[in-house]
Design a protein around this ligand. Structure first.
Ligand code: MLT
Length: 404
């Protein structure tokens, strides 16, 4: 008789955004006349920029011609895309990352879930609390997190680094030294970030303690302040301790198109073993590459027209972020984030729990957000709104919240 991976049985409930989706669907079914505004999941609403659509059309035509047709993509991704990434995301920011240290994938979510595979199951992970649920859940599936305590909503073998208003959402070095440190900056869900100097301290800490940092920079396009690093490789020494994950979902609206990449520097070694070689082996064995058409779309993100159009798109969402932040402040809420990230993190009013406020907002204002406690115990009493809606709906949602 076969056995299942029992670690899956340990996972409490369903994936956060699936739970929210089900709740909202049930509410809509009971209230078909209600116009629900969705500011929950961080899904984009603006169409793909024209320069990117044009590149995709061209690539589609190439696939229909025997002379230009492409089959399997190279293991690491097409050179044209990896070079564009190396030039624009790294060399232009003074980071010495080369095209062959970049692994193109179908998105940062898969990479952030898969990357733990190349590490020992005995490693201790440290996560910010609240945290993007994929980091913890994928380690649960791998059997790295110990037992779950439903009372505290924590795992026995996970090191939690609380990030709350009290510490300005800056994680402190944990008492117990972790082996793997997950950092998402600018942060999902709090919408806050660290300065480059604060990030440098984490790089120094990891190098000193032999830890690896899994650095999720999916929201770097939203950074507006000069003292914030766009890549961890802007910090000295990061190439010997950090893996960086990037996404095209938020900067270019590819949530439905699917494209991302992971940087594993060749200098990153565990003893004599190169993590770059390990990830290359994994990538080659388990992944057949993002589609050619999508990789050409990714290349167009770095074209002059693509850059100009996407800067406007990011500005559009950040205008939403400002609208939400200012609107909530006027309504008397304590609000955080929204300056270097498209998320607004607010304190729930009247000591409501995060889920109580979720229900209240859905029922009374027909606005969907994300309960902070869904991201971890320190998210309790907080709530996340996304700036990825369209402007008209964002304004309408704020009017409804203010009228409560
Ligand atoms: C979120 O809402 O946290 C994100 O959309 C999730 C993701 O990017 O997978």
């Amino acid at each position: 008789m076969y056995q299942i991976n029992e670690n899956y049985q340990k996972l409490p409930g369903s994936y956060l955004f699936s739970t929210i989706g089900k709740k909202v669907a049930a509410f809509q079914e009971e209230n078909p006349d209600k116009d629900i505004i969705r500011l929950g999941i961080g899904d984009v609403t603006q169409p793909i920029a024209p320069a990117i659509i044009e590149a995709m059309h061209k690539a589609v035509d190439e696939m229909g011609d025997a002379a230009t047709f492409r089959g399997y993509a190279p293991d690491l991704g097409y050179e044209f895309l990896r070079s564009a990434i190396a030039e624009n995301d790294y060399k232009a920011r003074g980071c010495d990352i080369s095209a062959d240290e970049i692994f193109v994938s179908d998105g940062a979510k898969s990479d952030s879930g898969n990357i733990q595979e190349i590490f020992a199951v005995t490693n201790r992970i440290a996560v910010c609390d609240p945290v993007y649920p994929v980091y913890v859940d994928s380690n649960v599936m791998a059997g790295r997190t110990g037992t779950y305590d439903p009372k505290t909503e924590t795992w026995s073998d996970v090191i939690y680094m609380p990030c709350t208003a009290e510490n300005h959402f800056v994680p402190e070095f944990p008492k117990e030294v972790p082996d793997m440190i997950y950092l998402c900056l600018p942060n999902n869900p709090t919408g806050t970030t660290l300065t480059k100097d604060q990030l440098q301290l984490w790089v120094d800490y990891a190098n000193k303690n032999g830890a690896v940092i899994i650095y999720d920079a999916a929201y770097e396009a939203y950074i507006s302040e000069d003292n914030v690093a766009h890549s961890i490789y802007e910090c000295e020494g990061a190439k010997t301790c950090a893996i960086e994950l990037r996404s095209f979902s938020k900067n270019a609206g590819f949530t439905g198109v699917r494209l991302g990449f992971t940087v594993v520097p060749k200098e990153l070694k565990c003893g004599e073993v190169s993590l770059h070689s390990m990830w290359a082996r994994r990538h080659g064995t388990k992944f057949n590459g993002a589609p050619y058409i999508v990789q050409r779309a990714g290349e167009a993100v770095y074209s002059p027209a693509g850059k100009e159009q996407l800067a406007k798109q990011v500005a559009y969402y950040m205008n939403n972020a400002r609208t939400i932040k200012e609107g909530l402040k006027d309504a008397g809420f304590d609000v955080y984030g929204g300056v270097n990230a498209p998320y607004i993190w607010l304190k729930t009013p009247d000591k409501m729990t995060s889920w109580e406020f979720f229900d209240y907002l859905l029922e009374k204002a027909n606005v969907v957000g994300t309960p902070g406690s869904g991201f971890g115990p320190s998210g309790e009493g907080y709530f996340r709104l996304t700036a990825f809606g369209n402007y008209e709906n964002t304004v309408k949602a704020l009017e409804r919240i203010k009228a409560l």
